[in-house]
Design a protein around this ligand. Structure first.
Ligand code: SAH
Length: 419
């Protein structure tokens, strides 16, 4: 992890479990049992789906109770990790019985978790009988960062991302997003405002968070709420491939740190890597980033740049990147308003991209540094438990044809899909 305030890890899927992939095969049977979603026919509300404002409405309008009950219940759930209304002793018997009838507190099911020697920790979480995602906790000096997913799979098809090879199934619910934080925080014995182990959240796991806007914004509001996880705005980071209209909406509705996956300084190259660039080219994207930064004085935007050998790691691209970043600083009228995060590409089976040599990575970084830019290279963490960028896997019931096409491609090229 680099020394910026927006540490990151990406969650990528490496394919459905294969024979020989012991961990995932074992997990596969358990995914079938997992269900954080409320079963069909059960009309009860999952409290995990509600942020403070909607929980207050739920108490007042749906239950005919006082709004402040929401605060008590949030503390029980997010500070004390209670999921049983019977344990919420300051609520009164009648209210507890009413809640049991009308609501549940249901987190995603933990299928397994694994600890790395370096303190990194990952969880495979079942979202429904067919789908599982992973969340990863990365401790660093004085900081603990959780990388959270927003969708099962991803629809954007970025060419170098292994999540794309899995196709897309569905958006995660608010409960499934905040549930990842809850499970990690409970495991860590996190107590907001006291023993805080979880200090940062990055929406950098599977999926495009801005394509699941409402659920992501509601979950981030619980992360930032004192009755939730009490994280400062700048400690919650949303990473996007560049869904321009939603960047503006995010600026209106939220105040979190923004990270943008840039990866290339020209439209031709960027479109070949991030197809979404056809719709929202670099100039349009940079305009939206400027608007986002201008909403709040002193706020910066992080630009992620995954370095791929002989694709975007040449001096010419470093020059182009410097120009874009300097232009951004000039428009926002703040030095270092643009922060660059360099991510060495993490290979996965069947990919046509490769990681540049360490020398090439250093040379690229040096070119940015010489232009006066801070551009940390993201450090690999947790690789002994396959938790490093690009090593994570979940299970996706693909509703597109992409995972089948990827498997066909792997077979044709004689590559095993097993991690
Ligand atoms: N959809 C969001 C979150 C994606 S994951 C977004 O696009 O920003 C976070 C970062 O990891 C993104 O910048 C993504 O482009 C990058 N990434 C994806 N696959 C990678 C790989 N194999 N190696 C290195 N970085 C990768």
């Amino acid at each position: 992890m680099s020394d910026t305030s927006t540490p990151a890890i990406d969650i990528t899927l490496l394919g459905e479990p294969q024979a020989g992939d012991g961990m995932a095969v074992g997990a596969s049977a358990q995914v079938a049992k997992a269900a954080s979603r409320i079963p069909a026919g059960d009309s009860r509300t999952n409290i995990f789906d509600l942020d403070r404002a909607s929980l207050e409405r739920f108490f007042e309008e749906d239950l005919g109770e006082k709004r402040f009950r929401a605060q008590q219940v949030m503390k029980w759930i997010h500070h004390r990790y209670a999921t049983d209304f019977a344990d919420m002793t300051d609520l009164g018997k009648a209210l507890r019985a009413k809640l049991e009838e009308r609501a549940v507190v249901r987190a995603p099911q933990m299928i397994f978790d694994k600890a790395s020697e370096d303190g990194t920790h990952k969880w495979l979480l079942g979202m429904d009988p067919k789908n599982a995602i992973e969340a990863v906790f990365i401790p660093d000096k004085g900081r603990g960062t959780l990388c959270v997913s927003s969708q099962v799979g991803c629809a954007l098809n970025c060419q170098f991302c292994s999540t794309a090879t899995q196709g897309f199934n569905r958006n995660l619910t608010t409960a499934e997003i905040i549930g990842q934080v809850w499970i990690a925080a409970r495991h860590l014995g996190n107590v907001p405002h006291q023993r805080r182990k979880l200090t940062n959240v990055v929406m950098m796991g599977m999926g495009e968070p801005l394509m699941n806007f409402d659920n992501v914004v509601r979950a981030m509001s619980i992360m930032r709420d004192d009755l939730g996880y009490g994280l400062a705005n700048k400690r919650v980071t949303l990473s996007t491939a560049g869904v321009v209209p939603m960047i503006d909406r995010l600026g209106e509705e939220s105040d979190v740190s923004l990270a943008v996956s840039l990866h290339a300084p020209t439209d031709e190259l960027r479109t070949s890597l991030v197809p979404l660039n056809k719709k929202y080219p670099i100039a349009v994207l940079m305009d939206a980033c400027v608007r986002y930064a201008q909403r709040k004085r002193g706020s910066s935007v992080t630009f992620e740049y995954t370095l791929m050998k002989d694709v975007n790691d040449q001096p010419e691209q470093a020059r182009g990147l410097v120009k874009l970043m300097q232009e951004f600083d000039r428009r926002v009228q703040m030095k270092d308003a643009a922060k660059v995060n360099l991510i060495p590409f993490n290979p996965y089976p069947g990919t046509r991209f490769a990681r540049p040599t360490d020398e090439a990575i250093r040379a690229f970084q040096k070119q940015l540094n010489s232009a006066g830019m801070i551009a940390p290279v993201r450090r690999t963490r947790g690789d002994d438990i396959d938790a490093a960028c690009g090593q994570l896997k979940g299970q996706v019931m693909d509703r597109t044809r992409r995972s089948a096409e990827h498997r066909k491609h792997l077979q044709a090229s004689g590559v095993s899909d097993a991690a």
